[in-house]
Design a protein around this ligand. Structure first.
Ligand code: SAH
Length: 363
């Protein structure tokens, strides 16, 4: 027997192609795709699909599933944090944030991350794997189902590097924005990357309407390479050039993320250097007070340092925002929950990483 295909990872056109191959009418794809967008977990729930076809689907395909194993809701702002277990026992973290302008969900694209940014909680787990398009999609569907509220925005800023899982993330973008399914427009989706330059060029060619966010975090190679190993592969000049080319190709303004780390990248000198780097570029800078990672010596910048950094940029006509922290009482930020659950007994590993973090503050 042929290996079964995960049906919720298929684009509409792909699903239609399979059905036509099976001798079924093309319109059946519409019914099935709709059911999948509602998060059904078995073919038998597809009540307007004939029993005979349901049995045939069961033979060729399977429906990927994620099980909620943890749910925590902030009493301060209603942020909800989920931990989902996948079929292979790996877990992924998803966060639902409530804003005045609508609900936003922060989703993961990989289980674990290989990139090794020192300030991030996600990298400590060695084993990583790409999530399928269906598993990425399920996070949105499950959060929507659980909260009973419509999700209007998606940020690909959970665990993992989206451009390191390029094909599945592109399939996800096509499926989620398809009006015959979940139907969240690409203008309401942000993709954040640590800067895999060749993939930024690939993405530019697709001319998608998504917002591209770049995790910059430093204004020069020396500092950025210490914070983000990926910078040793793709230098900052190359990255900024790719961003300028991306904007020229798509007309979509890029957003730079900059986590403010006390005494490391938050000096006025850094602000001047950053302003120089981004000079004349129609972009946006998002300043994020560093989220504390358990046991790490890295600290967030003080409010004063943050404000004077921001002023240097604003004075040079670079638009900035300071990101508001949500879910602080439930520790919703950046990979913390998965880390706690997955690490379990692996405290020694955490010790090594915290030493690496300590070295940053000394240099
Ligand atoms: N791999 C992608 C997306 C995941 S991280 C990327 O690098 O962009 C999402 C964002 O959170 C990135 O900008 C990342 O640099 C930032 N981030 C990670 N750890 C953080 C921390 N402790 N405090 C603040 N921001 C953090």
């Amino acid at each position: 027997m042929k290996e079964r295909i995960p049906i919720n990872s298929l684009r509409y056109s792909e699903l239609e192609g399979f059905l036509i191959d099976m001798g079924e009418p093309a319109y059946k794809a519409g019914q099935i795709f709709k059911w999948l967008s509602l998060g059904v977990s078995s073919f038998d729930e597809m009540t307007n699909v004939s029993k005979a076809l349901r049995a045939r689907l069961e033979e060729r395909f399977y429906i990927e599933q994620a099980h909620m194993i943890y749910r925590q809701e902030s009493r301060i702002d209603g942020t909800i944090k989920y931990l989902f277990a996948m079929e292979d026992g790996n877990s992924i973290e998803t966060v639902l944030m409530k804003y005045k302008h609508g609900n936003s969900v922060c989703i993961s694209t990989q289980a674990g991350c290989k990139m090794g940014c020192v300030f991030c909680a996600s990298f400590e787990k060695g084993a990583t794997r790409n999530l399928t398009a269906g598993e990425i999609l399920l996070q949105v569907i499950m959060a929507q189902k659980d909260s009973g509220e419509r999700i209007s925005n998606i940020v690909l800023m959970g665990t993992g590097e989206p451009l390191d899982n390029y094909d599945n993330v592109m399939a996800f973008l096509d499926i989620i924005s398809d009006e015959r399914g979940v139907n969240i427009g690409q203008r309401h989706i942000s993709l954040s990357t640590c800067g895999l330059v060749p993939r930024i060029y690939d993405l530019a060619k697709q001319k998608r309407q998504i917002t591209l966010s770049i995790s910059l975090h430093a204004p020069n190679n020396d500092l950025r390479s210490r914070l983000m190993p990926v910078n040793k592969r793709y230098h900052i000049e190359e990255l900024i050039k790719a961003c300028r080319d991306y904007f020229a190709a798509t007309g979509r303004r890029i957003s730079f993320e900059y986590a403010m780390i006390a005494g490391v990248n938050d000096t006025k000198a850094c602000a001047f250097e950053l302003a120089g780097l981004l000079k004349g570029f129609n972009c946006h800078v998002n300043l994020i007070p560093l989220n504390h990672v358990e046991g790490s010596p890295l600290k967030p910048s003080t409010r004063e340092d943050l404000q004077s950094f921001q002023k240097v940029l604003e004075d040079r006509h670079i638009t900035t925002t300071v990101r508001r922290r949500l879910g602080s009482d439930i520790d919703a930020s950046c990979g913390q929950l998965r880390r706690r659950v997955m690490l379990g007994g692996q405290r020694e590993n955490a010790g090594v990483d915290n030493k690496r973090r300590g070295d940053i503050t000394k240099e």
